[in-house]
Write a protein that binds this ligand. Structure first.
Ligand code: FBP
Length: 346
């Protein structure tokens, strides 16, 4: 097609298809608007809430990208509730997301890895958020992919009244939306509202996310296993048996040590991520409310699976804000196989 033909483009489809200007895809804002009627309580608040999360992630992305140039690397000199050393970027990301969600006004309470108790934001808010503002802390200072993980719930108590435990300690199956942001070679926002999973890639020169991975599907099977084998000696016989099975079948071992990055790769390529119970951490390391529930919702919405080794993550009733759980997630056949080997633990 030469320039004059291109300039004579008549119909919108021919313009859309013109190779002279590649289509950049649907902007996140437009996608949220176009799909708003899918939301159970579609009145714009959940849409705004998703926009607030996207905005905060752009600010965090900017800070993560220039971390080596400004003084935000290293420890913040404090510990979070789990006793993990807080990195400066952990604290910064927590402030950015809390501020954006407080300003938005849609959220009544926020559960965060970086806060001991939930943060009371606004009694008029209809939604409760559980968030891991920056996941993969051990990789922050070494420029390896890190992420943000979020879960959205509808409050149970009437708006305008004090927040109650029933508003906070909800099962993962009650999530109305969930997602993650991956700060990697490119930055992506992946989320679900219970109608499939869509991925958006950030275009920094336009400051906008664009639909790049519509209707993401986790392959039923794969050849990648992700587990910290450094903890091998503290694994159960069942987990050791599954690792041998993977090696006997020449599966590839891939473990970044950033849950979001390992989860994302396995969702695209097929694979299983396992953080099991260990002698040290009888309930595993990962947190149910702001790490596992969101990824379990996405796993299931993309045709994958997520369990604690015996039951569905989304069926677990949380008892404490920062409770931990073993986590098996990814390709459905691989999760089931790992569980089968785990259940015969002699
Ligand atoms: P945080 O960094 O948010 O505490 O998340 C936990 C995490 O870093 C996951 O991202 C990762 O998969 C896992 O812990 C790595 O743990 P380990 O170093 O014990 O393998």
């Amino acid at each position: 097609m030469n320039m004059s033909e291109a300039l004579n483009l008549k119909s919108s489809t021919s313009i859309e298809r013109s190779r002279i200007a590649h289509s950049i895809g649907t902007a996140l804002d437009r996608f949220i608007k176009l799909n708003q009627d899918q939301f159970q309580y579609a009145s714009g608040e959940l849409s705004q809430l998703l926009r607030d999360i996207a905005l905060a992630s752009k600010v965090v992305n900017r800070e993560v990208n220039k971390a080596g140039l400004i003084d935000i690397m290293g420890s913040a000199g404090s510990q979070n509730t789990g006793g993990d050393e807080q990195q400066k970027l952990d604290v910064l990301a927590n402030i950015r997301f809390t501020r954006a969600l407080a300003k938005g006004g849609e959220v009544c309470a926020l559960v965060s890895e970086e806060s001991e108790t939930y943060v009371d934001l606004n009694n008029e808010g209809k939604y409760v958020i559980a968030i891991d503002p920056l996941d993969g802390s051990s990789n922050i200072d070494v420029n390896v992919s890190i992420g943000t993980i979020f879960s959205v719930y509808r409050r149970k108590s009437p708006t305008g009244t004090p927040i109650l435990p029933i508003d906070i300690l909800q099962k993962g199956s009650e999530q109305v939306a969930a997602g993650y942001v991956l700060y990697g070679s490119s930055t992506m926002l992946v989320y679900t509202t219970g109608h499939g999973v869509n991925g958006f890639t950030y275009e920094p020169t336009l400051g906008e996310y664009f639909l790049s991975h519509p209707d993401m599907q986790t392959p039923e099977d794969g050849k990648i296993f992700s587990i910290n084998e450094g903890l091998y000696n503290s694994f159960s016989p069942g987990v050791k048996r599954y690792i041998s099975h993977c090696k006997d079948n020449f599966y590839t071992g891939r473990y970044i040590g950033s849950l979001v990055a390992d989860f994302h790769r396995n969702m695209l390529k097929g694979g299983v991520y396992i953080y099991p119970a260990t002698e040290k951490d009888k309930n595993g390391k990962l947190r149910l409310m702001y790490e596992c529930n969101a990824l379990a919702f996405i796993a299931e919405q993309s045709g994958g699976a997520a369990t604690n080794g015996s039951v569905r993550i989304l069926d677990i009733q949380p008892e404490r804000l920062h409770q931990r759980t073993p986590f098996y997630t990814g390709s459905i056949n691989m999760v089931e196989q790992a569980m089968a080997m785990n259940s015969t633990n002699e």
